[in-house]
Structures are given as structure tokens and as C-alpha cells.
Design a protein around this ligand. Structure first.
Ligand code: 28F
Length: 663
């Protein structure tokens, strides 16, 4: 982009020379397209192949959107040829001022010619596709353009982007329009076989978005040929009906508006159904924006604001009640927003979001006004929508109330520290550590082995924390978890205050088995959802207890993984004059070398636990970052999910190997 701009600037400085070297660079030929096709169509796989069709169809749709074409036909022919026909004005054939060649040839042989020579305002589209039909020409082993215009038929043929001859006036013709037949080049594409379903789906969506245009599809590759025709009088209204086909609609009338403001053309439609899921689709210049953007933001705020004020004015909500939130309002919503604007800006990694701010203001004002009218005209529909939103709000509040029963404002304040907590002496959070220990017996050892001054111990009982039966919101009502929160000192939700954190290191100490792993997952999920700051600020750790100890005389080594154990055993065997490759544990045992495997924390005595897992000189701690916690949250969802298959798969795969168990 930058290089193009500088070329343009140079060109302006050079106005006196009518045809400069820079002009020639701007009027780029097609060689770069064949050299690096990916730069123009993304990929050369089947997706890239279909890009050629979208490019040509988009041009025909532009002609239709400009009000000049009503019928567009896509035909799949033998030998992987595609024909696209429209009944628009026909691409002009007369000599082009700048190139001194036919405009048709210019459009087909000069990169970006459509935009560069089109004159402002011809194209509203462009966006992601809009690389120009010359790109299609460059990547086709054969292309034929037919133009009907001023009572004549003109044709021109190409091979790999090079004209086979000049534009020919073939004879008289009725009507007007453009037909492009092309055959993708197998030297470029991994496959040249088109997929009819891909094309049909795309045409259907385009037909919804450009109401009043007939989009036809004929697959001539089979006998009989397969024919599809798409025509939606209702535009987005038809689209909404299609999306909501399988759900019960709440409203009797679909909301619909089409209007322009600030040079932005806005079309929006929605309906509520009796479900919980939301379906929202947004388009800019007929290009789908999977990540939404300014138009969707404008639509959502119009909906939220208008419904709230209407609810208050009509006594569905009292002024003092809390407002309906965006989430309350989106339950069961099926909505489509489509805007048309000049020079749309797309953002994000995949360019999936519309960034143009004027799309937000235009959509918000147009939808707000139309929705107010709609509600006033359709008070029955309005009532149904409002009842649905209020129900969603009620469910939301009930869930929150359940969460808050134990944790609401003040409930924790007066509460004494839990009796199970063995606190440390220091009152300085920076040096204080809280060990959350699974099980009473390990808790006992930890209590005995701890550094009383800096280390506090909170044992959690395994049973009430059975992950598979727990729900995260119910968990918060759990006594054990409640004591955990009290021990933190930070309170929760809107009362959360990190300044009040009583321990700067919170260390989860659980067994290296499936249960231990479950409890760790559950605690990390809890922290991730309700105490994200603790993770962001690096206060959460998982202790890694050793898997083995190897004792040789008075010396004990603690081993944290299998590889380390293997290496250790080999070096001892070697030192004892045994063959390190064949020596067995039995043989080593006879030489008074003792290998102990720790199955759980409970098997370690207090001294061992203190030395290996709690003493800051020897212990191994894993500091949990946000990515780790997200991972735990995902695992938690698998464990909790409705789907049994991934859950049992997870449990199996993690039960088999102890090594997979470290967090
Ligand atoms: C099968 C694909 O590409 N249809 C098109 C037109 C019509 C005009 C046009 C196209 C003029 C100078 C660029 C006609 N009359 N279908 C299509 N139909 N392009 S592409 O103009 C192209 C510009 O350079 C057209 C008056 N103005 C525009």
C-alpha cells in the first residue's frame, strides 16, 4: 500500500510529462499475479479457485447494485470452464484515454483497473475481493469476454492473461450485458474442479443481500443439468425467515429497516424466537464480517437503548430497576445488519471486522428510530419481546443471587478466618504463602512441616470438590470454597480488592493423580473466573511434588520426572560398576540403594513434604499464567460438559500416564 501511495505522489509531481515511467508502473501488467497468485487470491487451493468465481460474480453484482442488472447466471461447463453472465450495461469497449486500448481490454489486462479507472462512486464493493477481473484473466489458461452494448456483440479472447487478438465486433445483438467465460490454469491451481455446493451457498447468501436480483446457477457437467434460481423479494426479511426456519418466532412481524445516513446505506432486520442462543450476522458491501464491527456495535446499542427506554415508558421496568443488559436483550435474537459504504475499513487478523466508525453512528441512529416506530405500531410484539428480555434478566439475576448468597457485600467482612486455616505469623502479605492442600492427611503433614512464620495451610477435603458433580456457581456456596475466599481476604466480584490480599503466593498442593489434577483444574477455573487479577498478577502457583526419592546411604535425591529418574539410576549403576543399560532396580536395592515412588502427598512424612515441596530452597513451583488458566477453564468445560465422549476420553488419556498430569 505504502509503495503505491508514494508512486501516486511522484506521479503528481510529474504532471507535465504526460506518460512517465511511474505511469507504467501504476498500470501494472499481469506478470506479478502469475508469479505470486497467493498475494491476490490468498491461496491456490480449492478456496483460491473459487475466489475466481466470486471475483467475477461480485463485478456482476456491483452492476446490479448500481441498478443496471437484474439477472446474473453462473454456469459450470465442461473442461472446468465457468461462465458468468449479467444483463447490465456491458463493460465499455471504446478506447480508454489512458491506455489507448479498449476499456474492455484495459479492465482485463491492467491490475486494479476496475477501481483505478472506474471513477469515484461506481463501486461500493471492493473490500476483500475486488482484486479485479484482470487477476482472474491472469490465472486462467483461457478467458473469453462477451459484451452486448449499443446493439452489437463484441468479443475478445485471452490465453493466460494475454489477448489472442483485438476486441472483435461480431455482429448485431439485442439487449446489453457482460459474459465472462474462464478456464482456470492448472499450472497455477492445485485443483481446477469447482464445487457446485460451495457456489450455490454463496449465491443464495448474495441473493438475500441484493434483493430484487435473480441469481441463477446451472451445472452443465451432469445430464440432466442441475438448475438453481435464487430471488428474494424481501432481502434481509427473507434472510431472517431462512435463518429462523426451524425455530418458533415470537413476533408476528419481523423488524425491518432500510435507510441511509451519513453516506452509509443501512439495512437491518431481526426477529426473536423462543430459544436462548443468539444469531447475529453482519455484512459490509455484501462481504460477511464474521467478527462483526462498527455496524453490529451500532445495532446492538440501538436495540439495548431503545428497548430499555420503551420498557420504562410502558411500565415493564421501573425507573429504579436495573436496566436490561445487552445479554438480556440478545437471548433468542436472530439479527442481520448489512451496510453499504464507500471505502470500508476492515480490521483484525483475518480482516473479519468492519472498523469504519461512520457505520456505527449511521446504524445506531437509523435502527433506534425505526425500532421506536416498530414498537409503537406493534405493541403486542413489543410486549412479547419485552417479556422475553425480562425473563432473561430474571434468570441472570437469579444466577447472580445464587452466587451472592454467601459472597454478597458484607457477608464475608465480619466472618472470622476459617477454623481449618492454620495461619502464618507474619502480617506482611509479600512474604506470606498460603498452601491449599488436598486432603486432611496431607494437610496434617503440611501443617507440621511448614515454616510457621511465612506459611499458612488450608486443607480442602477432596469429596465436596468432586469436579464432575460440581457446578462453578454452586461451588461458591460450598463451605470449603467460602473459607478459601475468606482466607484470601480480597472478597469477590464488585467488592474484590487486590490490596487486601493476605498472601502474595497462593500455592495449590495436590496429588499427581487424576483426582489431584481434577482439583487443580477446578481451583484454577474458579480463580480464572472469579479472581482473574490473582492470576494476572502472578499470585497463583501449583506445587510440583517429587515422583520419587532415591536414597543412597544418608543422601536422598528427589526426582520430579521420569527422565530424571532414568538418568539418575543409570549414573548410580555405572558408579557401582554395573552395566547402566541392563541394571535393574532389584540389583540396586541389594546395594542399599532405595528407590521410593510417591503415589500421593499422604505417603510423605512431614519432614519429606517440607523438604521437597514446601522449602523454598528445594521445591519446584509452577507459576500460573493466564494461558494456563484458560487451558484449565477449557478442561473444566470438558469435564463438566454435556458431551460424555470428550470427558471420558480426557479422563482416560490423563489417567494412563502420570507424566501427563503436571499442570
Ligand atoms: C460477468 C461479470 O463484470 N459486469 C460488469 C460493467 C459495467 C460497466 C463497467 C462493468 C468503466 C471504466 C471501469 C458500463 N457502462 N459481469 C461484469 N458490468 N464495468 S463489469 O465499467 C467499468 C469501468 O473502467 C459500465 C458505464 N459505466 C460502467
Amino acid at each position: 500500500m505504502a509503495s503505491k501511495k508514494s508512486l501516486k505522489e511522484e506521479k503528481n509531481e510529474n504532471k507535465s510529462a504526460s506518460y512517465t515511467a511511474q505511469d507504467i508502473t501504476v498500470l501494472e501488467g499481469l506478470d506479478p499475479v502469475r508469479k505470486r497468485p497467493g498475494m491476490y487470491i490468498g491461496t491456490t487451493d480449492i478456496a483460491g479457485l473459487h475466489h475466481l468465481v466470486w471475483e467475477v460474480v461480485d463485478n456482476a453484482i456491483d452492476e446490479a447494485m448500481a441498478g443496471h442488472a437484474q439477472n446474473i447466471t453462473v454456469e459450470l461447463l465442461a473442461d472446468n470452464r465457468v461462465a458468468v453472465t449479467d444483463d447490465g450495461r456491458g463493460i465499455p469497449v471504446e478506447k480508454h484515454k489512458q491506455t489507448k486500448k479498449s476499456t474492455l481490454e484495459t479492465v482485463l489486462t491492467v491490475l486494479h483497473a476496475g477501481g483505478k479507472f472506474g471513477g469515484a462512486g461506481y463501486k461500493v464493493s471492493g473490500g476483500l475481493h475486488g482484486v479485479g477481473v484482470s487477476v482472474v484473466n491472469a490465472l486462467s489458461e483461457y478467458l473469453c469476454a462477451e459484451v452486448r452494448r449499443d446493439g452489437f456483440l463484441y468479443t475478445q479472447e485471452y490465453q493466460r492473461g494475454k489477448p489472442k487478438g483485438a476486441v472483435k465486433k461480431v455482429g448485431k445483438a439485442k439487449g446489453s450485458g457482460t459474459k465472462i467465460i474462464f478456464q482456470p490454469d492448472p499450472e497455477i491451481f492445485e485443483t481446477v474442479e469447482f464445487n457446485s455446493k460451495t457456489i450455490i451457498e454463496r449465491l443464495r447468501r448474495q441473493a438475500f443481500l441484493t434483493k430484487g436480483v435473480h441469481l441463477n446457477f446451472i451445472d452443465h457437467r451432469t445430464t440432466p443439468a442441475i438448475y438453481y434460481g435464487f430471488y428474494f423479494d424481501g432481502g434481509l426479511l427473507s434472510f431472517i425467515r431462512h435463518l429462523n426456519e426451524s425455530s418458533k418466532q415470537l413476533q408476528s412481524e419481523i423488524f425491518y429497516v432500510e435507510k441511509s445516513a451519513e453516506d452509509v446505506q443501512v439495512e437491518a432486520a431481526f426477529i426473536y424466537n423462543d430459544e436462548i442462543e443468539t444469531q447475529e450476522l453482519s455484512f459490509a458491501n455484501n462481504i460477511h464480517n464474521p467478527d462483526g464491527g462498527m455496524h453490529l456495535t451500532g445495532f446492538r446499542s440501538a436495540l439495548t437503548r431503545t428497548l430499555n427506554s420503551w420498557a420504562i415508558e410502558n411500565n415493564y421496568l421501573k425507573e429504579k430497576d436495573s436496566n436490561l443488559t445487552g445479554d438480556d436483550i440478545r437471548e433468542g435474537l436472530v439479527a442481520i445488519v448489512s451496510v453499504k459504504l464507500k471505502d470500508p475499513q476492515f480490521e483484525g487478523q483475518t480482516k473479519g471486522r468492519l472498523g469504519s466508525p461512520e457505520a456505527r453512528t449511521a446504524t445506531e441512529s437509523i435502527v433506534s428510530e425505526a425500532l421506536r416506530n416498530f414498537l409503537e405500531r406493534n405493541s403486542r410484539d413489543a410486549g412479547k419481546i419485552l417479556e422475553k428480555c425480562l425473563l432473561a434478566a430474571k434468570a441472570r439475576k437469579a444466577a447472580k443471587a445464587a452466587r451472592d448468597t454467601v459472597l454478597r457485600k458484607g457477608a464475608l467482612d465480619g466472618l472470622a478466618l476459617p477454623g481449618k486455616l492454620t495461619d502464618c505469623i507474619t502480617k506482611h502479605p509479600e512474604e506470606a504463602e498460603l498452601f491449599i492442600v488436598e486432603g486432611d492427611s496431607a494437610g496434617g503433614s503440611a501443617k507440621m512441616g511448614r515454616n510457621k512464620f511465612t506459611q499458612a495451610i488450608l486443607p480442602l477435603r477432596g469429596k465436596p470438590l468432586n469436579v464432575e458433580k460440581a457446578r462453578i456457581d454452586r461451588m461458591l456456596a460450598n463451605k470449603e470454597i467460602k473459607s478459601l475466599v475468606v482466607a484470601f481476604g480480597t472478597a469477590i466480584a464488585e467488592n474484590f480488592d487486590i490490596e487486601k490480599l493476605r498472601y502474595h503466593k497462593i500455592i495449590i498442593l495436590s496429588d499427581a493423580d487424576v483426582d489431584g489434577r481434577h482439583i487443580t483444574t477446578l481451583l484454577l477455573t474458579l480463580f480464572y473466573r472469579y479472581f482473574p487479577k490473582l492470576i494476572e498478577n502472578g499470585h497463583i502457583y501449583v506445587a510440583q511434588p517429587p515422583l520419587y526419592s532415591i536414597t543412597q546411604g544418608k543422601e536422598t535425591h528427589y526426582i520430579f520426572n521420569e527422565d530424571e529418574k532414568e538418568g539418575m539410576m543409570k549414573s548410580i549403576a555405572k558408579a557401582k560398576g554395573l552395566d547402566p543399560e541392563t541394571a535393574t532396580e532389584e540389583e540396586l536395592k541389594k546395594m542399599k540403594i532405595n528407590v521410593q515412588r510417591y503415589k500421593g502427598l499422604g505417603e510423605m512424612n512431614a519432614d519429606q513434604l517440607a523438604e521437597t515441596t514446601m522449602d523454598s530452597a528445594n521445591r519446584v513451583l509452577k507459576q500460573i499464567n493466564v494461558a494456563d488458566a484458560e487451558e484449565a477453564d477449557k478442561l473444566f468445560n470438558v469435564l463438566m460438559g454435556e458431551e460424555v465422549a470428550p470427558r471420558s476420553k480426557f479422563i482416560q488419556s490423563h489417567a494412563l500416564s502420570a507424566r501427563n498430569l503436571d499442570v
